[in-house]
Design a protein around this ligand. Structure first.
Ligand SMILES: Cc1cc2nc3c(=O)[nH]c(=O)nc-3n(C[C@H](O)[C@H](O)[C@H](O)COP(=O)(O)OP(=O)(O)OC[C@H]3O[C@@H](n4cnc5c(N)ncnc54)[C@H](O)[C@@H]3O)c2cc1C
Length: 475
């Protein structure tokens, strides 16, 4: 796009007229929650937030945006971690909030599908599925605010990916408004459909750079009849990997979570998340949070979990284990897992990585990255946790105790570089589930194969010739 110029009042009025004054937010205080990301890491500027109530209004907005070359930033629950949903600082971009498009259009338990609008909050979709004895298995720490359109646009992962797949794998069809204002209606419930290019999958994970997702058909699964949650203490990531192999082998699809947690982030949670009780009395260098689900019964899940864990103990992989005695204790184990991210903040500055490597390379990655981090910042504290079963770790590094936050954050790039170099060496990804947004755009452009970048640019130009959709994000 040409250098950004803030839209004049007459143009803002034309946009506002599409949704009506009530849903065109211009007051600075009212705009404020939309232009700052929740952790306060990303700030932007916009003269106008539009809150359309229908697909037709979105179509009219994007048509006008393309005609007038006005950049548009779509926003769902504003929980994204890479700055994709925040406008830039020029004040030339208008923000499109999807929160009023929040209807569940249909639930079809026989087809195991739900058709939901983009602004449906993930937790509300969970409740709707539960009411028809089904499960929508996308599960994130942000599910009380994150919306379906945001989940799909960022191809969210979370703790259910191991058994059920990420947002992309849970999506059967989409309805999208293209930058030109055309409506692409592909809301189909088909598990099998080989009719040409898979267009929906271009929009999933596009972070709002190709169009606005307005609704989707999502997969539901039968609700498990029994669930067991166990907490395991172990000596090393290698032992955790071997335990994962054992658990996958014995449980197959019944292994619904296998999360790895180092002692460091657990100690942060114990200190800063009120009410946290360590599941095991003794400290171990590493822990695994394992969940087994059964479609048959609670007893079946219990038997399977006990079987796996006693084999793990006998083989010397697990050091100590506890199976949650009841649902409340299981929820308490999960609450510890969900607290790991936020409880890093009181420990000072942190440098984050959302990486994936082949599952078998997790121990090597952790060993090599630990040494590399220490070489960049002696005494930095690695708060590593994540979805071992998906090969995805949140490899976060907190500043040394008593260190200077600013001096530590000045190491963001060198720290990212050493960690990401190891990731690349292991054929991994520098963004496993959070996306590219603003945060990793330059690194993506600098390190992805040129052919991949060229193809992405050509796709972008084909869908968005005027370059109005979320410019400066992803590519
Ligand atoms: C506490 C916490 C825990 C989290 N845990 C996880 C996790 O386990 N796994 C994970 O993957 N992520 C996680 N996240 C990140 C985040 O919650 C997810 O990326 C989520 O899917 C974003 O949804 P959202 O509605 O908030 O989207 P937003 O943040 O509003 O937007 C995200 C991106 O999608 C675009 N977008 C939003 N809606 C649309 C639409 N309708 N059409 C087109 N583009 C759109 C935006 O422009 C932006 O680029 C976590 C975040 C927090 C704060």
């Amino acid at each position: 796009m040409d250098s950004p110029v803030p839209p004049d009042v007459a143009l803002l009025d034309r946009f506002a007229a599409i949704v009506g004054d009530r849903y065109a937010v211009r007051d600075r205080d009212d705009i404020s929650p939309y232009i700052t990301e929740r952790r306060g890491l990303w700030h932007g500027k916009t003269p106008l937030v539009l809150r359309p109530g229908s697909v037709e209004e979105i179509s009219a907005i994007l048509k006008l945006a393309t005609e007038t070359r006005t950049p548009v930033v779509p926003q769902g629950g504003n929980t994204g971690l890479v700055g994709g949903q925040v406008p830039d600082a020029s004040g030339s971009e208008i923000l499109l909030s999807l929160s009023r498009l929040n209807r569940i259009r249909e639930i079809d338990p026989l087809s195991n599908t739900v058709t939901a609008e983009a602004g449906v909050i993930l937790e509300n979709l969970h409740k709707a599925a539960d009411e028809v004895d089904r499960l929508f298995p996308l599960s994130l720490g942000s599910q009380g605010s994150a919306q379906i359109g945001g989940n799909l646009s960022s191809n969210a992962g979370g703790t259910g990916v191991l058994a059920y797949g990420n947002a992309r794998e849970l999506c059967l069809g989409v309805e999208v408004v293209l930058p030109t204002g055309e409506i692409f209606d592909d809301l189909r419930k088909l598990k099998k459909d080989n009719t040409g290019y898979d267009l929906k999958n271009l929009f999933v994970g596009a972070e709002g750079t190709l169009g606005v997702i307005t609704a989707a058909v999502l997969k539901l699964v039968p609700k498990p009849k029994g669930r067991e949650v166990a907490w395991v203490g172990l000596e090393s990531p290698r032992a955790a990997l071997e335990l994962f192999g054992l658990a996958s082998d014995r449980a197959g699809g019944s292994l619904t979570a296998f999360e790895l947690i180092a002692e460091m982030p657990l100690s942060f949670a114990e200190k800063h998340a009120p009410g946290t009780i360590r599941p095991l009395a003794d400290k171990w260098p590493w822990y695994v949070l394992m969940e087994i689900s059964s479609g048959r019964s609670a007893e079946d899940a219990r038997d399977l979990a006990e079987h796996i864990l006693s084999e793990g103990l006998e083989a010397g992989l697990a050091g100590d284990v506890v199976i949650a005695a009841n649902l409340a204790q299981g929820a308490a184990f999960w609450a510890i897992r969900e607290a790991l991210s936020d409880t890093q903040r009181p420990e000072g500055a942190s440098i984050k990585h959302d990486i994936s490597v082949p599952v078998a390379s997790i121990p090597e990655f952790i060993e090599r990255a630990g040494k590399a981090v220490e070489a960049v910042s002696a005494g930095a504290r690695v708060a590593c946790f994540g979805h071992l079963g998906d090969g995805n770790l949140h490899y976060n590094v907190s500043q040394p105790v008593g260190g200077d936050a600013e001096a530590f954050l000045a190491l963001y790039r060198p720290m990212n570089k050493v960690v990401h170099d190891i990731v690349r060496d292991l054929d991994g990804s520098i963004s496993a589930e959070h996306g590219i947004g603003q945060l990793k755009r330059d690194e993506l452009l600098a390190t992805a194969p040129p052919t991949a970048i060229d193809l992405m640019r050509r796709v972008k130009a084909a869908f968005d010739p005027a370059g109005i959709m979320n410019p400066g994000k992803v590519i």
